[in-house]
Write a protein that binds this ligand. Structure first.
Ligand SMILES: Nc1nc2c(ncn2[C@@H]2O[C@H](COP(=O)(O)OP(=O)(O)OP(=O)(O)O)[C@@H](O)[C@H]2O)c(=O)[nH]1
Ligand SMILES: [Mg+2]
Length: 458
């Protein structure tokens, strides 16, 4: 067994309950020095004979009572780490928790490093590497979208995916081996075409996984929605309406917003960055021109664009299209100020619809149409029906999936001209990389990198 580690496993803010975890071979003896009940310190025998049973007792520092606590002991190997493990449920005051932790250190434990409990769980075979990584994500997820994906991984999504790739590769390898060993005998194998198709299917599975992982990552990291349009159309008003507070200055002076400004915002759990930009127009003002340049840049780098139109003034459709056609095609067209729409608007709207652009009519003043706009944003961001395909791949796993894909590609190319003896090697390399995903082949360095991203106490 390992040396004994301890840490505060709950957060560092006042809460009803705070948890300290202790794991390693001295767990029982340390517990017996700090737990006091019914007139005496609890003995290691008593604690050890009551695994997984809540014990109500005092937490003491050299005889002085620090807190009344609930305590749980998990006997190895039936614990999170696979070692003897204890959890102390104290009152959740951070100062009290730190004091109690010091007492535990004084009695023989050492401070746990980041992710050390989970690392021990992995080393004792309680979790595979993808499961351990998923727990890191589960704890640090910043949106319900990321959380849902992390949960899928905790429940074995990556393990399932890589197992499927693995079993397909093994079956391909078996076919190749049979062909190599018995090539002179008159046995019927799958045709070359069938084998090639199986390899292509597997290659495409990897492509799909990688693509969906990229999409998921881009939703998590940088869902940039840019609000764009001419001055005074209501871009800043739209930002304020969507985030529900007066963040940007709104005024009837065209050119109010000089620089872009960005706000985080969550749409049904999808984290978004909403960016308000300076209104685009011809101008002599050099500062305004710089702002407009930034608007153009933000527009180019956005995941989704809202092109805002002021429908309270007449719009010259032809002129508008000459100026903005390419931008409109890549945006949701937001027809703002519908509460004071100009009498010409219906006709202009029909012109847009005739070229398959459906303006989203809203009023930032009356809030009419905002719900529909949010729905439309969500549909553009995720094709909801396909959201189940999203998968979260840590950088490490993305790298191995890419390697598997590369070796499959080589095998597919090679099989045109080379015998099975040659391209079977590529299948072997692909299999090695599957092993690395699950951590069957893991080096200290890889483990160090993964677990250092965890918080202490996990
Ligand atoms: N009636 C009405 N007025 C609106 C609506 N949305 C915005 N306005 C008004 O339109 C004017 C311009 O609004 P802003 O949000 O500052 O417009 P902007 O596009 O950010 O303008 P610049 O920053 O100058 O490019 C303000 O006087 C707003 O009160 C709306 O839906 N209805
Ligand atoms: Mg503005």
């Amino acid at each position: 067994m390992n040396d004994t580690i301890a840490a505060i496993s709950s957060g560092n803010i006042p809460s009803a309950i705070g948890i300290i975890r202790l794991s390693g071979e001295d767990t029982l003896s340390i517990c017996s020095k700090v737990l006091f009940g019914k007139g005496s310190l609890l003995t290691p025998e008593f604690i050890g004979s009551n695994p997984r049973e809540a014990i109500y007792c005092d937490f003491v520092d050299a005889g002085n009572r620090l807190d009344q606590i609930v305590f749980l002991f998990f006997k190895n190997p039936n614990s999170y780490t696979g070692e003897d493990l204890a959890e102390f449920y104290l009152h959740g005051n951070p100062i009290l928790l730190k004091k109690a932790l010091q007492v535990i250190f004084k009695n023989g434990a050492r401070p746990a490093r980041e992710g050390e409990f989970t690392k021990r769980a992995f080393l004792s075979g309680k979790l595979d590497l993808t499961g351990a990584e998923a727990i890191g994500r589960l704890i640090s997820a910043r949106s319900s979208f990321e959380l849902e994906l992390a949960q899928k991984n905790v429940f074995g999504e990556i393990h399932r995916l890589s197992s499927r790739v693995r079993s397909d590769l093994i079956s391909l390898k078996a076919e190749c081996e049979a062909e190599i060993d018995f090539s002179t005998e008159d046995l019927t194998y799958e045709t070359k075409e069938e084998r090639k198709n199986r390899m292509i299917a597997l290659y495409e599975l990897c492509t799909k996984v990688l693509r969906n992982a990229k999409r998921a990552e881009s939703f998590i990291e940088q869902n940039k929605i840019v609000i764009y349009g001419e001055p005074n159309t209501g871009k800043s008003s739209l930002l304020n309406s969507l985030i529900g507070r007066e963040r940007a200055i709104v005024s009837n002076v065209p050119g109010t917003t000089r620089d872009y400004l960005s706000e985080s915002f969550s749409l049904n759990g999808i984290p978004l960055q909403l960016i308000d930009t300076a209104g685009v127009r011809e101008t002599e003002d050099s500062i305004e021109r710089m702002g407009i340049e930034r608007s153009q840049n933000e527009f180019a780098n956005a995941n989704l664009r809202l092109f805002v139109l002021d429908v309270s003034i007449p719009i010259d459709f032809e002129k508008f299209m000459i100026q903005h056609e390419s931008k409109i095609k890549n945006s949701i067209l937001v027809a703002n100020k519908i509460d004071i729409a100009h009498t010409n608007w219906n006709a202009t709207s029909a012109q847009f619809q005739a070229i398959e652009i459906n303006p989203c009519e809203v009023s930032c003043k009356t809030k009419q149409g905002l719900e529909e706009l949010l729905n439309s944003i969500q549909t553009h961001l995720i094709h909801i029906d396909k959201s189940d395909d999203f998968v979260l791949l840590e950088e490490r796993n993305e790298y191995y999936f890419r390697k598997i894909q590369d070796h499959l590609k080589l095998a597919i190319d090679l099989m045109e001209s080379a015998p099975a003896e040659i391209y079977i090697k590529e299948i072997d390399y692909a299999l090695e990389n599957v092993g690395l995903i699950n951590g069957k082949v893991g080096t200290e360095e890889i483990l160090g990198r993964i677990f250092s991203k965890f918080c202490v106490g996990k």
